[in-house]
Design a protein around this ligand. Structure first.
Ligand SMILES: [Zn+2]
Length: 515
């Protein structure tokens, strides 16, 4: 098989200039050899004549995706590949089982399976071990973040107190080790347990190795929406203390509040970036959406026991989160098989089918499912104007927050890039595709320090996404979420084709751990 490929007849959005240009792209092995007008194909070169109107972009980078489980199962995520995503940044929200001890993997299998999937059997799994488990069967590149909550559990279990000095040293060493093994940053998930038990001072201390490594601290903030300013304040405080740049995951909130926080970060000399997906509904584990952290602090087994206690139930049911009005906004996504009939329904409707009050029914659901329920939450205060402002901001990079578990996953794992595309193309394709290439590839490469990815230029890795003349089109919806996007005609990863004409190429596995 030839190792040289010429992509001929397309328009190139290299992610560098301000407008696209008519150019051919010659790929030699895993790297781009040249980008220019009418490049001659050397002897023995594979020539791909692109359909007129095709746009050759740098392979897209998903800055935030929950693909640990799907990758372990099959080495690829078709919902991402169909949108031209060549690099997946995993290890998100401080709660990945990559970097876990066997005990922590067991905990995460119980607590977080509706998001990342499970590691079976639960075992110690480092960055290097995960890569080895996928070696030779990866259709994408993966970049991995070390997870602060996972590391905290490794060193202190579910302790809700600050880590003691010895534990901090142990946690920082784990961060150092994972960076040495190729991790591209450190994530936290301050709505999740035990990640949320870490405060500014503690996280800054264990995040310090990021400074020398030139990598970011990436956080699912402690608060968004009406309290986004406090969440961003905490993020920036960690950045300032540790002397590192910081990145907010799946950002949302009012533009005025966010931009004043960015101004404060600039004044403090802390570089801040963010990712977002363009939907009003979020998606996560149901326990996080409805249960206060003191109910979850002892781990899933104890939580389930507390949910069966009359006194605890009465207290929970009196909380606003268990009101009919609140539960009406929560849609079930991932359920145990025997309860699959309720997937896709708002909790109030599912409860009505059982002729039960919604609050009582959802507590029993959590008990029956051992908490393993994923759900989507409508956020009425997140307006279309807010989404547009977030999508167009210079600090933004695309992150799907794709979750691929359960009967009714959020469609964002199949559509986030396709739904973002129109924001960048509004002023026409010439400048539009260059903006798109920056938001979909170059910006994320800069955030994570992936120096050889995210742009099309000689010497860069040959990760390529060709968008056909019809453009990238979302097809999945809330009601039919598992439908691949249309419009990407060709995907190359490290110089090999992994997606063509609407299908994965199942004979090439060029994906690497990138760093
Ligand atoms: Zn996430």
């Amino acid at each position: 098989m030839s190792t040289r490929t010429l992509l001929r007849g397309g328009v190139v959005a290299d992610g560098i200039g301000s407008t696209t240009r008519r150019a051919d792209v010659l790929i030699d092995g895993p790297v781009i050899a040249s980008v220019g007008a009418a490049v001659p194909g050397p002897p023995g070169c594979d020539i791909v004549d692109l359909e007129p109107g095709s746009v050759v972009c740098p392979g897209f980078i998903d800055a935030h995706i929950h693909a640990e489980g799907p990758l372990l199962a099959s080495g690829r995520v078709d919902g991402a590949l169909a949108q031209g995503v060549t690099t997946l940044v995993i290890g998100q929200d401080g709660s990945s089982w990559i970097g876990a001890s066997a005990d922590t993997a067991r905990y995460l299998n119980d607590y977080y399976a509706p998001v990342n999937g499970v590691l079976e059997p639960p075992r110690e799994m480092g960055v290097a071990g995960y890569h080895e488990a996928l070696s030779g069967r990866l259709s994408h590149n993966i970049a991995v973040l070390a997870s602060q909550g996972t590391i905290r559990h490794n060193v202190a279990g579910m302790a809700s107190r600050p880590l003691n000095p010895g534990e901090r040293i142990a946690a920082r060493r784990e961060v150092e080790k994972q960076l040495a093994d190729g991790a591209v940053g450190l994530s936290s998930g301050l709505d999740y347990l035990p990640s949320r038990f870490g405060g500014v001072e503690e996280i800054a201390e264990i995040a310090r190795p990021l400074a020398a490594a030139g990598r970011p601290y990436v956080s699912h903030l402690r608060s968004y929406g009406a309290e986004v300013r406090a969440g961003l304040g905490e993020l920036v405080a960690v950045g300032r203390r540790a002397g590192i740049r910081v990145h907010a995951s799946h950002m949302w909130g009012a533009p005025e509040e966010i931009s004043s926080s960015f101004d404060a970060a600039d004044a403090a000399g802390v570089a801040v970036t963010y990712d977002m997906y363009p939907y009003r509904r979020s998606s996560t584990i149901l326990a996080m959406l409805v249960l206060p952290s003191h109910i979850q602090a002892g781990g899933p087994e104890q939580t389930v026991a507390m949910l069966a206690d009359d006194g605890q139930r009465a207290a929970l049911l009196a909380d606003e989160k268990f009101s009919h009005e609140s539960l009406r906004r929560v849609v079930l996504g991932c359920l145990p098989d025997e309860m699959a009939e309720f997937a896709g329904l708002p909790i109030t409707q599912a409860a009505a089918r059982n002729s039960r009050p919604a609050g009582e029914w959802v507590l029993d659901l959590l008990i029956a499912a051992d908490l393993k329920v994923g759900a989507h939450l409508d956020r009425p205060s997140l307006t279309d104007d807010h989404l547009a402002w977030l999508a167009l901001g210079d600090r933004h990079c695309a992150g799907s927050d794709g979750i691929y578990q359960g009967q009714n996953p959020h469609p964002r794992g199949y559509t986030a890039f396709a739904r973002l595309a129109p924001y960048y193309l509004a002023d026409g394709p010439a400048t539009g595709y260059q903006r798109l290439a920056r938001h979909f590839a170059a910006n994320a490469a800069d955030v994570y320090g992936l120096r050889h990815r995210g742009r099309l230029a000689p010497g860069m890795a040959a990760d390529v996404c060709v968008v056909g003349p019809g453009g990238l089109t979302a097809r999945a919806t809330y009601d039919s979420p598992v439908i691949q996007a249309a419009g990407v005609s060709l995907v190359m990863v490290n110089g090999m084709i992994t997606w063509r004409d609407g299908k994965p190429v199942t004979t090439a596995f060029p994906g690497q751990l990138v760093s």
